[in-house]
Ligand binder design. Structure first.
Ligand code: AMP
Ligand code: MN
Ligand code: MN
Ligand code: MN
Length: 281
């Protein structure tokens, strides 16, 4: 009899259904090879990778948590809400995600026009060439085109110089409302998790205000251990203060794109309630 492996939950990862580099089945197989025992596929505003991922997970003998990462605008800041354990067939969720995706094409044209204005041409076609799912064209696809065009050495540098807020290729955009995104997730039987809280550069007072609204909307957890370089013990204190469960997710986008490898993250602080305790068997 073989002992079952120690649980290794990675509850945040992307495939070619959004801005990841690996197809859903490849992502799942890589996670299994890296010792992940439960993986959540959490593509941006999109669930179409889940069918393939579920089949691959049953073949690889790991658990696949059906997820999504919804783009939200909160007080002029873009934040991301991960939904875990969703029923992807839920009509209200799908209607909301379709609405959130709908304006990406228009935003892409605006980003390309902004890059044209600083002498970087051909980026619209270039971004679409890198988009595995044309409905989900996003900044990462522009970044990969700019790397390919040798305008910058890597995706991180592209964001820093061209695509981050305040940079010449940045286009402000209005995504879903916080309460809306949480309602779609909960309506689909899922658990709402605030993704990578340190990414937003909020003051502690702003983060407190965000989390109060998030909890009022039915939000249940925050990512305490994530691919974002952040102080996990500070985020653990935030989780305790707001009585939120804790999640652990790499936000893996692909080999060589920076950030954490699948499943290779520190454990959650032992006193926090892991969000997977709420996901059912
Ligand atoms: P979008 O939803 O099209 O605005 O793209 C958001 C995605 O861009 C994120 O999910 C990341 O994959 C990527 N991204 C955002 N900021 C950075 C950054 N500073 N470095 C690398 N990738 C980033
Ligand atoms: Mn992404
Ligand atoms: Mn995110
Ligand atoms: Mn993500």
């Amino acid at each position: 009899m073989s002992a079952s492996p120690a649980p290794n939950f990675d509850l945040h990862a992307h495939s070619t259904a959004s801005d990841g580099l690996l197809a859903p089945a490849e992502l799942v197989r890589r996670a299994a090879r890296r010792g992940v025992t439960a993986l959540a596929l959490t593509d941006h505003d999109e669930t179409r990778g889940l069918t393939e991922a579920l089949a691959a997970a049953s073949e690889a003998g790991i658990r696949l948590v059906a997820g999504v990462e919804i783009s939200v605008t909160w007080r002029e800041t873009t934040i991301h809400i991960v939904g875990l354990g969703i029923d992807a067939g839920d009509p209200a969720l799908q209607e909301g995600l379709a609405r959130t995706r709908a304006s990406r094409g228009e935003r892409a044209r605006a980003i390309a026009a902004a890059l044209d204005a600083i002498g970087i041409h051909g980026s619209l076609a270039g971004a679409y060439r890198h988009a595995g799912n044309a409905d989900l064209v996003g900044r990462t696809h522009f970044a990969r085109f700019l790397v390919e065009a040798r305008i910058a050495p890597d995706v991180k540098t592209v964001f820093r110089h061209y695509l981050a807020r305040g940079k010449p290729g940045y286009v402000a955009h209005r995504w879903a409302a916080l309460a809306e995104a949480c309602a779609w997730i909960r309506g689909a039987g899922g658990t709402a998790v605030l993704a990578h809280p340190a990414r937003y550069r909020l003051s502690r007072a702003e983060l407190d205000a965000l989390l109060e609204e998030f909890r009022a909307a039915g939000g249940e957890a925050i990512e305490v251990v994530s691919g974002e370089a952040a102080d996990a013990s500070a985020l653990a204190r935030v989780a305790r203060a707001h009585r939120l469960a804790a999640s652990r997710g790499s936000d893996f986008h692909g080999p060589g794109e920076g950030g954490a490898e699948l499943g290779r993250l520190p454990p959650l602080p032992a006193d926090l309630e892991p969000v997977w305790a709420r996901l059912g068997a």
